[in-house]
Design a protein around this ligand. Sequence first.
Ligand code: TXA
Ligand code: MG
Length: 344
Amino acid sequence: MTHRETPLSPDSADDGAIARAAEALRQGKLVGMPTETVYGLAADAMNPQAVARIFQAKQRPAFDPLIVHIASQTMVQQVASQVPPLAQRLAEAFWPGPLTLVLPKQSTVADLVTSGLPTVAVRWPNHPVAQRLIEATDSPLAAPSANRFGGISPTRPEHVTAELGHCESLAMVLDGGPCEHGVESTVVRVVDEQAYILRLGSLTLERLETVAGRDQLVTELNPTNEQDKTVASPGMLSRHYAPRTPLHLCHNLQHAIDLATTVTQPAGLLAFAISNTATAQSLAQHFAVVQDLSPGGDLVEAAAGLFAAMRRLDASDCKTLLAVRLPDRDLGRAMNDRLQRAAN
Ligand code: TXA
Ligand code: MG
């Protein structure tokens, strides 16, 4: 990969910048694209060479397929050969938004996008800049999260420029502000009117259940079940979303305080809704840095700030990071999944 001397800075996402970004994409270059979940590293999904540059820039293994971003019904048909009825109902309910549907693919989609799988992951993002970029390029855009493979997903444009801004194939990073959700999309595969959740994300189980019946939703894939094995997602590695500093997951604040006395100091804490001053004072004795994801106990606020908080802790002098599990409901479930993988 060729390097540029001075890294890129984010570009404002005005009409001129979007036109330039679309032109760069048509020429096979990469663009940092804001979405409502996390920032993506976009390439023209119909151009295999451009898609190859994504894998090169991210140092992503070729067995891990990419999500294709679309912005119209016509584009869905351009990439997917079929949409099962339950998938159609989910799309109607949640698109545009943080739902990715794994569908049978059209042969025109580059094999590299899908890592040779007969299916393609499709998402209609809800961010206006992403939508304008896809429309201006007039092609579906393949885009993984714009971080190095296995690292923390970017939720601000400067996360992308800091991590990939030296990469020559990256033409620009569009500034769409901080991401609204902060956790990736929920990936769902429908087979025989059963919805298999391959990755839980910003679209919560509770919301999926308002469209798919509980008996139609498979939340825990069973590795010994043949059907589950064939639908499983190649990208769900056990170690992922990981800071460079070792991270341990704790059941609650008391567990974190107990562990703090045994780990390499200084230690940093990632917590949620630290409620009283007595606890806060005791935490200050044990931790050099404390990040409370939402002092008021709001899971939406916590999710939006999760990855940025992990980056801040990783950039601090802390030698060990302790993270407290979030409540196991709504967005807390997807955040616990990410923290678990970061800890492995
Ligand atoms: O919110 C998001 O989904 C963000 C933004 C940029 O849209 N994108 C994102 O992409 O998180 P990435 O590459 O980090 O994660 C894509 C996930 C991986 O777990 C991958 O294995 C899975 O989707 N995936 C992609 N294509 C698939 C397919 N055909 N079958 C099963 N899983 C697939
Ligand atoms: Mg990713």
